[in-house]
Design a protein around this ligand. Sequence first.
Ligand code: ADP
Ligand code: ADP
Ligand code: MG
Length: 472
Amino acid sequence: MIRKILVANRGEIAVRIVRACKELGIKSVAIYTDADRNALHVKKADEAYNIGSDPVLGYLNAHNIVNLAVASGCDAVHPGYGFLSENPVLAEVCARRGVKFIGPSAQVIRQMGDKIQARQAMIRAGIPVVPGSDHNLESVEEARALAAKIGYPVMLKATNGGGGRGIRRCDSEADLLKNYERVVSEAGKAFGKPEVFLEKCVVNPKHIEVQVLGDSQGNCIHLFERDCSIQRRNQKLIEIAPSPQLTEAQREYIGKLAVRAARAVKYVNAGTVEFLLDQDNQFYFMEMNTRLQVEHCVTEQITGIDIVQEQIRIADGLPLQYRQEDIRHTGYAMEFRINAEDPKNSFLPSFGRITRYYAPGGPGVRIDAAMYSGYVIPPYYDSMIAKLVVWNLSWEGLIQRAIRALDDMIVYGVKTTIPYYRQILASPDFASGRFNTGFVDAHPELLDYAVRRPPEHVAAAISAAIAAHLGI
Ligand code: ADP
Ligand code: ADP
Ligand code: MG
């Protein structure tokens, strides 16, 4: 039985995992670097240990982390997302030291983390994949020959990429020649592996991904899909479940396809199978993420299932509590990644002190955040400081609720993506529920807004009044 978990992460996802532990009666252990001394996850966990002065390296040292897990009496490690979550070494070290890793096996992490191997596995399982390379490119000449065969536009992608980095669209041979070395070097720098491959570029696709859960007894189910088509530079901004753009028949088809994909690699724990849906309504496998995803919350809101608790149960060797036919979806949920960035200045990160924070609430509103009034956002990490998740029975009601919740949310001291999201919600093209990954680029006018920010003393007065009203 898992009784104590070391959370090998920081920020909102570490807080999220600690919350799941508390509800299961499991003790939690946080880790932090000097820069994260005042971070919320440190305050929320039962115990917390400093793992070094370098702001990042401590979170990446699998051996130290597992040593600490053993020394502090933990029986399991949860990797969250990012950092070591898709590094097979952490899973391996855990296995060697008799600590449960809350995720799939090292072998599956390695296989699916390599996009070429993942494509091969899917082709063998009869899953449609985007036409492209069947091995890593050896030279720019090989890239040129393959692109000529596939036809432009093509995508050059880092084989071991993630987080939207190491991907470039090439519209012509000249583009390809220009980008090849760039992507190789980007891949080497960002992922420590310079391998790249080529894929047909699906023009203006929808990003549709399916949440799956597999247990160690061989059961595998899906929790429906998420639509993550609202992206900037291949990075998700807004995620929705279920997709407002699928028919019930498409939903059933893609759910089954994802389960087939997961079964093909004997997938255990929570994972996500990502697909592109093209303009002719064809689905293509794109990649599989072998971890908890940032946007898992929207799936939780429509199904009522706590995915993190399920991950822990699965890692404990328990069978899934649900059969496929037990899983229902109700209403729509939408997640906004609240980033400390200035949308009006190319989304430049905006770190510093949060002078004032008031979280929105009311019906159908969930906040997963790692900030508080007075918190200083360190410059070393991801700029995502909170996730606002909104649920409603209808799509139209969801849009109205999202506008209201974003209006309720007060974050002062740093620039955020909140005003930009208000603009997106006001766009008829978004509200229509029909959009693709080209939406952000097709709507540059949405960046043209005046920041309506009441002066600091007004904000302080509003916060004080709300606090007084709530008796806090
Ligand atoms: P999700 O796939 O859950 O929607 P993202 O793609 O935004 O999430 O990634 C979540 C976090 O993990 C980000 O901080 C991102 O930079 C990081 N990340 C994702 N994949 C990798 C990878 N292969 N290597 C390093 N960091 C990664
Ligand atoms: P990551 O591992 O960084 O998440 P993905 O392979 O999932 O990389 O791609 C990230 C995003 O890039 C997708 O959501 C999509 O918007 C875009 N993309 C990737 N491959 C293609 C493609 N072949 N055609 C069109 N868009 C693509
Ligand atoms: Mg992806």
